[in-house]
Design a protein around this ligand. Sequence first.
Ligand code: ADP
Ligand code: MG
Length: 242
Amino acid sequence: MLVVENVTKRFGGLRALNRVNVEVKKGEILGLIGPNGSGKTTLFNVIMGFYHPEEGRVRLQGEDITRLKPHEIARRGVGRTFQIVRPFGDMSVLDNILVSGLFSVPKGEVHRKIADRCHDILKITHLTERMNVPADELSIAEKRRLEIARALALDPQLLLLDETMAGLTHTETDQALEMTSRIRKEFGLTIIFVEHVMRAIMAISERIVVLSEGTKIAEGSPKEVSENEQVLNAYLGHRRTS
Ligand code: ADP
Ligand code: MG
């Protein structure tokens, strides 16, 4: 589905990503972890075409997308959520999803109509009863679900989730986990997700990639990664909280 090959992204003298290699298979759910500032969001921004790397390539289903613009990449089936949620506050939940869906222009195959998809999206994100409420009035957990709903409106094949469980209670996190698994199954998606709630990562990742200071320091099953000494050191060394 996705191949990130030898990608380096610099900001001035800082190497936010340093020759990073990541592969994701179709249908896989990959957890991306690492201390604060290790390059996780930057990697998403490179995949989405918000940043162009100085070195390396990104390929989506065999096609080189490294130099494409964000909307061109979105149209090829990549959706993402933002770490900082930013819905249109005075618009209803439903309109927020519809507006997002308007930008999904079908490419090649026949896509379902946005309106049809909306019903399924509202249902799977548990927002049906809140569809006419202005986004500003949603709780944090609901706003996070709306972010996911908006990403789904683009009818992606690959979904990038950036800390969609941040700030949630224990119970809300469990619900979010269950929802993420269901979305993947029902929409047949490939998912890469960044999360700091270790319990969440361990529960649903098939494979985990660990970044530290822009470099991939480990990769493997949740068990392998949690027993990796370099990973433990990276976390203990940083004591990140956010
Ligand atoms: P993470 O998501 O893992 O916390 P980021 O990818 O946001 O980390 O950031 C990686 C590093 O790149 C950090 O040191 C951050 O300050 C820096 N960085 C990210 N975006 C920019 C930018 N637009 N300009 C300058 N530095 C940036
Ligand atoms: Mg980040």
